[in-house]
Design a protein around this ligand. Structure first.
Ligand code: DPP
Ligand code: ZN
Length: 854
């Protein structure tokens, strides 16, 4: 595909002062009339070029004069009018067929209702328009539909007049007073149950809140509503930002490419991130809902009021908004636990991306397909960069810089440079070098060397940085790396400080008091201050001492992880036959010691997933790593059997509450259930079956069913059938049922699941629950050396891609690690990618495959 270049950016040569849209909604033939008030801001000779895809043009006029066909040109991507006045009104009428829209971009049908997804380029599938984020305009919407089938009509902004029409149709008017780019446009129409509430802002404004869901589901929106109100309060208290419209609507849809979308005043959500109650949702679901509701709400200021000049700046809104939602979650729950979870995700997804053929910088300078830029790098690494900025300048200046950003750029479409200029202005510092983080792909590796000098009681610490080459970027410059550091002994911290590693290397010399006679332990990158990989040659004894002596919770957890990773590697490579008992004892001891912080204790029992091990040693052998991981997990299960029985012997907290405290207790119980799944104890399967049958919440029921399936293998069918019979009418729960089997089974399981009558290629959640669950969370089966895993998903991905290119492309990213696999899987993966490449992929999917094959 042709690539779009950041350096080619040119402002749009016209301003669209006002957009008046008229929708006559019909699933098979919706008429869209658009009236644009246009004013020239660029050169006199500039043509008016409007984006448009798959639109049937019915009429076109300028200032009331129908345009002759010779006055304009229509291509498959645009409408071009070569000669236009300096100020005029353009009216177009087009027809579209939402019922035929399987790409789920633009206006489409889901569950018999109308909904839209316009980010990033869906609006051009609705009407002709300069569909780019730097064209901001005031939108006025009139819409009509059959009243019985679509009683609720929603769009952005403030509701206006409503009324009846002939033939059982009705209409509604919506006005959005805030100028916005087209990607934030939304329209929803249908019959919903509505969960309502209200919120009074710090300015005393009363906001009507409403969440629109499937019939009968209203009560299951209670947690999302609660999360929304807490988000509104948090943004007022933390950033001084209040909501700016009289209504805030959320609509839940079952067929959705993303998790959710922040359209102004009308957020559209994947129903998986709205609906929850104790019987149907796990604690992980509750947590995800809380953070995604917050994320989309926070976009109102970081994304909507101030948006991106172009899509290269995506991290301007996404990295910043993820940073904001992570801090919200940390404030709602436990900060250290939140940090550990964020880093697990970053390492598993972003570090892998950064180390493979799809690596790109946080603010890329070119792309083949914009849909493929919604990545862990833009989102998660983008968030880390804001976190480093805040650490380096401190909370107070960070807030000052943000205040200036909101004040200076409200209503504008801006760049990363504009954002950093605000921080340069409030601090007087220069962030040119820091902005290299946005331009360079790859995860910097920091090597730590220590030299203890007993004569002088000095410790010398040398830090060196190196960022590996990535596609198109062979040579990297040093970036500023803020590292929180400490020196530790058995008593606690001897010293604590922050170093900013700006050059390739630096040597620090720390003098210890005379009483210190042993070399202190050096604690580096505490709280994971910087998104880097650490390279240290510590002995196992030093690492064990680290587990004991660390005072930073993140680093304590990470010290355990480092030991565990080394153990899994040794077991997988056969240099060790059985897990080291001292290590297992230390690990179990750490878990038992953390019992008062059950969420943290649960994290300590979590062994790194196979994918997280891929970056440790290459070539990566998924099958061997999986077997080694399981061996260590079984040993831990055996060691913790008494603790596990005690933990599970207590009743689960009741009545159910989704908050952090109870969730922590359930997390530890669930961790024990996971261990029972691999426990050598002969009674484990029966215990699990009992836990499954008697569970009072989905968190424990699903964990028990999964662990039971792991224990019993093919003999768990009866329990799986029981679950299916209970939940067959609840699609979100059935997604879990599919995912559970896809993550515990093999290639044959995938074929069986894909042949199940409830498998639906048109529904992204269902496709992901089988394919993405298998390819991302069952690596030993996906990367089977005989290629059976690849073969199992190949056909499904091809079919999914035909209907929905964004989905097809996303699924294909699972192949990004193929080059580092052991030779057999590698050859099979390469052959699969080549077959796919010649099978007629969408341009989105072709972009991924071409880059993967590089
Ligand atoms: N902008 C959305 C989000 O990340 C993605 N469509 O919230
Ligand atoms: Zn976002």
């Amino acid at each position: 595909p042709v690539s779009v270049q950041l350096s080619d950016y040119k402002p749009y040569p016209f301003e669209i002062e006002q957009v008046n849209l008229r929708f006559d909604l019909d699933p098979d033939a919706t008429k869209v009339r658009s009236e644009l008030k246009v004013r020239r801001t660029g050169g006199a000779g500039d043509a008016l070029v409007l984006d448009g895809e798959g639109l049937t043009l019915r009429s076109i006029s300028i200032d009331g004069q129908a345009l002759d066909a010779s006055c304009y040109e229509q291509t498959d991507k645009a409408l071009i009018i070569a000669s236009v006045p300096d100020a005029f009104t353009l009216v177009t009428e087009v027809e579209i067929a939402p019922s035929q829209n399987t790409a789920l971009s633009g206006l489409y049908m889901s569950g018999g209702r109308f909904c839209t997804q316009c980010e990033s380029t869906g609006f051009r599938r609705i009407t002709f328009y300069p569909d780019r984020p730097d064209v901001m305009s005031a939108f006025h919407v009139w819409m009509a539909a059959d009243k019985a089938t679509y009683p609720i009509l929603l769009s952005n902004g403030t509701p206006g007049e409503t009324g009846e029409l002939d033939d059982g149709r009705h209409y509604a008017v919506w006005d959005d007073p805030h100028k916005k780019p087209s990607y934030l446009f939304a329209l929803c129409a249908g019959d919903y149950d509505v969960y309502r509430d209200s919120f009074t802002t710090m300015n005393g404004d009363e906001i009507a809140l409403a969440i629109h869901v499937d019939k009968g589901d209203a009560e299951r929106a209670a947690w999302a509503m609660d999360s929304l109100k807490r988000s509104m309060t948090w943004d007022e208290q933390t950033y001084g930002r209040a909501y700016d419209l009289g209504v805030f609507n959320i609509v839940a849809v079952r067929d959705f490419n993303f998790g959710a979308m922040e359209n102004k005043g009308l957020n559209v959500f994947n129903s998986a991130y709205v609906l929850a109650d104790e019987a149907t949702a796990t604690d992980a679901d509750f947590e995800a809902i809380e953070s995604i509701v917050a994320h989309e709400y926070f976009h109102n200021w970081t994304g909507n009021r101030i948006t991106c000049r172009d899509w290269f700046q995506l991290c301007l809104k996404e990295g910043l908004t993820v940073f904001r939602d992570q801090n919200f979650s940390a404030d709602m729950r436990s900060r250290p636990v939140q940090r550990i979870k964020d880093v697990i995700r970053l390492r598993a997804r972003q570090f892998a991306e950064d180390a493979g053929p799809l690596a790109h910088s946080v603010r890329p300078d070119h792309y083949g397909s914009i849909d493929n830029l919604y990545t862990a790098t833009v989102y998660e690494k983008g968030a880390e960069l804001i976190g480093m900025l805040r650490r380096m300048i401190g909370e107070e200046l960070y807030r000052k810089g943000m205040d200036l950003y909101f004040e200076r750029h409200d209503g504008q479409a801006v760049t990363i440079e504009d954002f950093y200029k605000c921080f340069e202005d409030v601090t007087g510092e220069d962030f040119t070098q820091f902005r290299l983080w946005y331009a360079q792909a790859g995860t910097p590796e920091v090597t730590v060397e220590e030299n203890w000098k007993p004569e002088t009681h000095e410790i010398e610490i040398t830090l060196k940085q190196k960022t590996p080459a990535t596609p198109g970027q062979p040579v990297k410059k040093p970036v500023p790396i803020p590292l929180e550091m400490a020196l530790l002994d058995e008593e606690g911290n001897l010293a604590e400080w922050t170093t900013i590693l700006e050059d390739e290397d630096v040597t620090l010399t720390m003098e210890m008091p005379d009483t210190v006679t042993e070399p202190p332990l050096v604690s580096v990158n505490r709280d994971f201050t910087a998104p880097i990989r650490l390279n240290r040659s510590l002995t196992r004894e030093q690492r064990l001492a680290m587990v004991r002596m660390e005072t930073d919770p993140f680093n304590q957890w990470d010290a355990v992880q480092t030991l565990v990773k080394a153990e899994i590697l040794a077991l997988s490579e056969g240099s060790q036959a059985e897990p080291d008992d001292a290590l297992v004892t230390a690990l179990a001891g750490a878990v038992e010691q953390a019992v008062d912080d059950p969420a943290f204790a649960a994290l300590l029992t979590r062994l790194p997933e196979v994918g997280e091990m891929f970056l440790e040693r290459q070539p990566a052998d998924a099958v061997a790593l999986n077997a080694a991981r399981k061996k260590l997990q079984s040993a831990l299960a055996a060691k913790l059997s008494g603790f596990s029985a005690e933990t599970l012997g207590k009743p689960t907290p009741a009545p159910f509450d989704p908050g952090a405290e109870q969730a922590g207790i359930r997390a530890l119980r669930t961790a024990m259930i996971v261990l029972l799944g691999v426990s050598p104890d002969a009674g484990a399967a029966d215990t699990l079956r009992g836990l499954y049958d008697n569970a009072t919440n989905m968190t424990e029921r699903l964990a028990a069913l999964r662990a039971y399936t792991v224990q019993k293998g093919g003999k768990a069918n009866e329990a799986l059938a029981d679950f299916e019979a209970t939940w067959k009418d609840n699609p979100l729960v059935m997604d879990k049922w599919f995912a559970l089997q896809a993550t515990t089974g093999d290639a044959e399981t995938i074929k069986t699941l894909a042949a199940h009558p409830a498998f639906d290629l048109r529904n992204p959640n269902r496709v992901r629950s089988v394919v993405a669950a298998f390819t991302m969370q069952n690596l030993a089966a996906f990367h089977a050396p005989d290629g059976s895993g690849y073969q199992a998903v190949e056909e499904i991905i091809l079919k999914a891609d035909k209907a929905n290119p964004a989905l097809g492309a996303r699924l294909l990213t699972a192949f990004e690690q193929w080059r580092i696999l052991e030779p057999q899987a590698k050859a099979a993966a390469e052959a699969t990618l080549k077959r796919l490449q010649s099978a007629g992929l969408s341009s989105n999917a072709a972009d991924i495959v071409a880059r993967a094959l590089g």
